[in-house]
Ligand binder design. Structure first.
Ligand SMILES: Nc1ncnc2c1ncn2[C@@H]1O[C@H](COP(=O)(O)OP(=O)(O)O)[C@@H](O)[C@H]1O
Ligand SMILES: [Mg+2]
Length: 253
């Protein structure tokens, strides 16, 4: 399975993606969790206490003169898969975690790390890992460039007007992509029965999951704990478990 969570900032992408990755790993799959949002989020919802898992400087080199392509690339001889083996951190349940680098820091160092990350996600061997990506918020086309691996984009949408509008735009942008991945909606912060239907109507998307409003998720965040460690039986975690089952049942995703 290769999925990436998209949606508006604050929609709940990181909370859901981290929990999703942990649950998928518990079902026995090798899982690689990728954070391409420069604002740290996924590390914490996976249960890591810090978000340091950037690609080190010496893994990257500048393109030689006369060579074409991006300015920086993985150093010669280092494949994307090897870079994951070396630099991805181990999170609970055996999830491997990699992120493209932090927003602070020096511009050239960030650029090096980001370009190496991009190369890694482009080169991932097809069937070695199930991949769960957490993409930056917002309906920018550029955000999708960070998930060339995704067969399915999971659009996290709240049943609120602004979120619905963003959802509709993202659905349209994704449909216009060259190798268009499938786009499915996950409704988050569901409070009443009509919420799922509102999202279906407003986005025109199939809804594959509905995660209830759950105070335990916010509490997990306050304690810097993964939702699945803080409240494994909470309604939101259970709903994410159903989402994993729903998607794992369909191997093309
Ligand atoms: N279903 C929910 N119920 C209650 N709080 C939630 C829910 N989903 C997410 N949150 C909380 O909302 C905040 C934003 O979620 P986050 O996953 O960081 O959003 P994003 O990654 O899309 O920016 C976090 O504090 C998170 O714990
Ligand atoms: Mg996030």
């Amino acid at each position: 399975m290769r999925v990436a969570f998209v949606g508006k900032g604050g929609a709940g992408k990181s909370a859901i993606a981290g929990t999703f990755a942990r649950l998928l790993a518990r079902s026995g799959r090798p899982v690689l969790a990728l954070d391409s949002d420069p604002m740290p989020g996924l590390a914490f919802s996976l249960g890591l206490r810090t978000s340091d898992a950037a690609i080190p400087e010496d893994a990257v080199e500048e393109r030689a003169q006369g060579e074409t392509g991006p300015r920086y690339r993985l150093r010669a001889g280092l494949s994307g898969a090897e870079a994951v083996d070396r630099y991805a951190r181990e999170a609970p349940d055996g999830v491997r975690f990699l992120q493209f680098g932090k927003l602070r820091g020096q511009e050239p160092a960030m650029m090096r790390s980001q370009m190496a990350f991009r190369q890694i996600v482009q080169d991932l061997p097809e069937d070695r890992w199930d991949v769960v990506g957490d993409l930056p918020g917002g309906p920018r086309q550029a955000a999708f460039g960070w998930a060339p691996y995704a067969r399915t984009l999971l659009l996290v949408v709240e049943p609120m007007t602004k979120s619905l509008l963003t959802g509709r735009r993202i659905a349209r942008l994704a449909a216009g992509m060259k190798s268009a991945p499938a786009v499915l909606a996950v409704v988050n912060r569901v409070r009443e029965p009509g919420d799922v239907e509102r999202v279906k109507q407003a986005t025109g998307l199939e809804v594959v999951g509905a995660v209830p409003w759950d105070e335990e998720l916010a509490e997990a965040e306050r304690r810097t704990l993964a939702p699945i460690d803080h409240a494994p039986a909470s309604p939101a975690v259970r709903a994410i478990e159903s989402l994993v089952h729903e998607l794992a049942g369909e191997s093309h995703r």
